[in-house]
Design a binder for this molecule. Sequence first.
Ligand SMILES: Cc1cc2nc3c(=O)[nH]c(=O)nc-3n(C[C@H](O)[C@H](O)[C@H](O)COP(=O)(O)OP(=O)(O)OC[C@H]3O[C@@H](n4cnc5c(N)ncnc54)[C@H](O)[C@@H]3O)c2cc1C
Length: 535
Amino acid sequence: MTTATFFDCTFNLTRGASAPGAAPAVRRILIVGGGTAGWMTALILARSLIERGVEITLLESPAVPTVGVGEGSTPWLRGFFDMLGIEEAEWMPACHATYKCGISFDRWSTKPGFERYFHAFASMLDNLTLRQFVHNADARVNGADVHAHPDRFFVAARLATRRRAPKAPESFPFDVWHGYHFDAVLLGQFLHRKAVERGVRYLSCHVTQANLAPDGSIASVSIRDGEPIAADVFVDCSGFAGLLIEKALRTPYVSFSSNLFNDAAVAMPTPIEDAIPSETVSTALRHGWAWKIPLTNRYGNGYVYSSSFCTQDEAETELRRHLGLLESDVEARHLKMRIGRVTRHWNKNCLAVGLAQGFIEPLEATALLFIQQTAATFVEFLEKGDLGEEAHQRFNERVNAHFEGTRDYIVTHYKTNSREDTEYWRANAANMNLSEELKQLYGLWMSGKGIAAPVGQQVLGKGYPVFSWYSLLAGVGIFPEHKQLRLPNAREGIYKMAEIDDLIERSSAHFPDHRAALGHIPPRRTAPSLQAYFF
Ligand SMILES: Cc1cc2nc3c(=O)[nH]c(=O)nc-3n(C[C@H](O)[C@H](O)[C@H](O)COP(=O)(O)OP(=O)(O)OC[C@H]3O[C@@H](n4cnc5c(N)ncnc54)[C@H](O)[C@@H]3O)c2cc1C
């Protein structure tokens, strides 16, 4: 029997795990940076620490804007708001937010029947059909002509096709995991208001430098027009600048540029139609891929590409062509990205969160999840009073494993592409800068031995659950050529697709139209906190 870990929206924050009433070792925390990372971290820390007398201050430079992109999430964001007791009915309208069932990957594969697939946020309901999907995928890798494209096995895929919301009525016994799309700037403003309401102090000022203590930790930060500010813990949320973790503490940085080539993006909005989609679409273009994210008032679009393979102007023109905006004067925003991570996210008395700790390109919209997990794990350590060198090591190993597992999942999208239209795609397919775990995984898949057990046991499973790996490899059609397939034997052909279609159809019929659901967002319902299912 194998175990598949599902997306779960709950957090294991052990509030008050240290002796009740004990004074925390840390009294003053200073967060540098007021982007999404800064405010999410402030709220996560505040939830646990403010009532225990810890002072939390956030500094933001009036001169340095936030990155202003990052409009899609994983289902974990739901856990973030639930943990803070903030209702969807409050934050979603304030941020023009929509529901997200998953991501459609379009034109990443040229294999007939596999040109598009949906990476669903799977949940309990899919337990009814997941076993069949994995069974069929394993059988097809072994040469049996059975249906193994993921889309027909996931309720979320059907909901996305029909532009339905992943919100069932109260009477429906299953909860469905889902993510969100939102306006990044409005989300930042919303979180700012909430954090200040909950006792976080805010100062608008530009940090000019960090001042080190004799032991090499950070003693204070100097600011323009004011006295230096001291604290016990400094949280670096200064974005790609990495002011504290890299510039002050000189923490080494591991670049992922040999694994993932994209280092730039260009973004522009388009109008949204009446029927709002409940999915992100990721379309492979000539030198990267374009995102299309539906909000209630617009689409956010962008092209993530490699500047080694195309210029900024070429990328903008290609995106405009893709969106039908060649004649339009809608403004384009160009961004640079640095892909990789610091070696130590918690170094001395500095915690790096968000772009300052590292970034894996936005293909699966994982950055906010890293923010949540890094901040929540740090609270877990603080709560236990676990602050020594050995704790730093465990903490950093945990965060690094999450980064590596996620990186390898993203790398797999590029490695398995079958496009041959540009040097960019050919170079990605030929790229042998792969982790050992990834090489083993591909070997197992190709040999038809199944990958559920190794993913569960390895670092790869720290990034993505088993069904996601199956969805990706099956979704782009990593199977024998169609003409090499044979009739399935009795054991391989046990599942009838008509029955699976029927199950999915009956389940999805309970879910409402997406736009209608956004007009009547219900109060929070308690999500079952099941973390793992057997199949
Ligand atoms: C193209 C692109 C697409 C993305 N898409 C997604 C997505 O779909 N989903 C997702 O989860 N993530 C996505 N991300 C990542 C996401 O945008 C970020 O993780 C998130 O916005 C957090 O950014 P941040 O707060 O770390 O940095 P920033 O937003 O850059 O904030 C940095 C903060 O530091 C402050 N600062 C800087 N210097 C100083 C100084 N000297 N003194 C004081 N303050 C200072 C700035 O004023 C600012 O407030 C994407 C990123 C890019 C580049």
